[in-house]
Design a protein around this ligand. Sequence first.
Ligand code: AMP
Length: 587
Amino acid sequence: MDSPSLIRKTAADLRVPPNWQDFGGERRAFSWDAARAGMAGLAGGGINIAYEAVERQARTLAGKTAFRFLSRSGPARDIGYGELARLTARFANVLRGLGVGKGDRLFVLAGRIPELYVAVLGSLRNGTVVSPLFSAFGPEPIATRVNLGAGRVLVTTDALYARKVAQWRDRMPTLEHVLLVAEEGGGTAVPGTLDLAALMAVAGDECPVTPTAAEDMALLHFTSGTTGTPKGAVHVHGAVVTHQATGRYALDLHGDDTFWCTADPGWVTGTSYGIIAPLLHGVTSIIDREEFDAERWYGILQEQAVTVWYTAPTAIRMLMKAGADIPRRYRFPQLRFIASVGEPLNPEAVRWGKEVLGLPIHDNWWQTETGGIMIANTPAFDIKPGSMGRPLPGIEAAIVKRQENGTVTVVDEPDVEGELALKAGWPSMFRGYLNAEERYRKCFAGDWYLTGDLARRDADGYYWFVGRADDVIKSAGHLIGPFEVESALMEHPAVAEAGVIGKPDPVVGEVVKAFVSLKAGFAADEALRMELLGHARKRLGAAVAPKEIAFLPALPRTRSGKIMRRLLKARELGLPEGDVSTLEAGA
Ligand code: AMP
């Protein structure tokens, strides 16, 4: 199918020779074993993400900038590969001094400050399992995740500790050490915490990498499902082979690139591609501490001479909304490759890239569970705007239909909607949901990992996103579990029941909307609505809390008592209600 809107790759799009151009040939020639053999590896046959990303690179790139941190409050701070190796060694020594070692769990709750990056890589170096948390989470999501992950150590800032952790500390019984970064002048002399800078100052620069095997747990990324608590997706050190391969194929990273991944490490993109992949390719990464601002972002692309940019549809739509006048004041001659992930990228956005930035935007698809990019638009083929692209080398994808007996059938014909599935076995595939073996098992049918996304594949092998098979919400690229939001609302004394949906939004994809019915004696008025919005925001944090709350006398439930979010959504959007045969009478 040669769609009229096809964006052909021209010489102008490829300002330097790309890493690959022969899609079919590269896919045929590729093997994960060969990719694994191309990594340095540890003496004795192990593999360690921090060794590959930092220690090995520091031998040849010691003086080169690994990360350049930008913020409004001061000059840029550059950390070179050599300095990063020393800092991560120091951090590992700090952990060793506290008796924290291989397999122990460490959480990081911080904005995009250097200490976050040092803590993540230092933990990996020490064999300590690390879980970065989004700093816009409220106290409840933080405590839930630390408890699920049995966190022994938390690295955070004075300000975040005071606001989000201190009063909940006694609800996190596994947490033994809190290492504080003095960020906002609050100081670190806080009872029950340790001053990270003081510990780092006396730690040694030498610290051998803890020998880890490919299957040893490295990272824990929490993701949301429709029901129950968040799921802790377990990732292993061997995942680094996928980080390396996808940095090459999907982001086209070259050693002399200046790369900007705008994702926060609290989400998997910000770790796999905001920390690990660029280091593996020896590039310089830009890290901006500030939140989105159109003028600032164009300024960064220009001033930092960014060559490869990995961002998200919400950000692109916000740039589009900010208008064409701002980018006219900037020049981006170095920019040569743009990619985007996390939510559907509208075809207009792909074309906007070409018009305004001079380059099309390459959408790609993956999820927390896959650990790395699976399906992508790449330099190796033309773009069909609106498509997520094609499976990368080493990845076998299919559209499948679930059968009642738990198996799946693969749909061979093109243009049929079904569930997107991936053949299990790529190195960065999650190895479990922490303490939830049954939930993990349910994600597989035979060799196929079932992604929970609905999609179709066209005759040229391009995949098109259709929607989620479940009720999870994607807001500004962040996956939000309705259950977590409903539970927080239910904790308010006025709330009898709560049902939460994603309401389509032209900029952020979906906004979180809650429907609430009240207990007897409470009036459904504006004051209570504001109180509930405030209550949810305080508990959950701005990233997760509902933006809208509507009162209903009762929520539609199935006869077995489950809130029918699907129906709430259909009614909200004025769509047909579909099959309501299981609806409780009167709802
Ligand atoms: P997360 O695990 O938070 O990274 O979210 C993964 C989910 O985001 C996927 O299962 C999809 O539903 C959605 N997603 C990721 N990338 C894309 C994309 N390029 N197009 C459409 N949806 C996407």
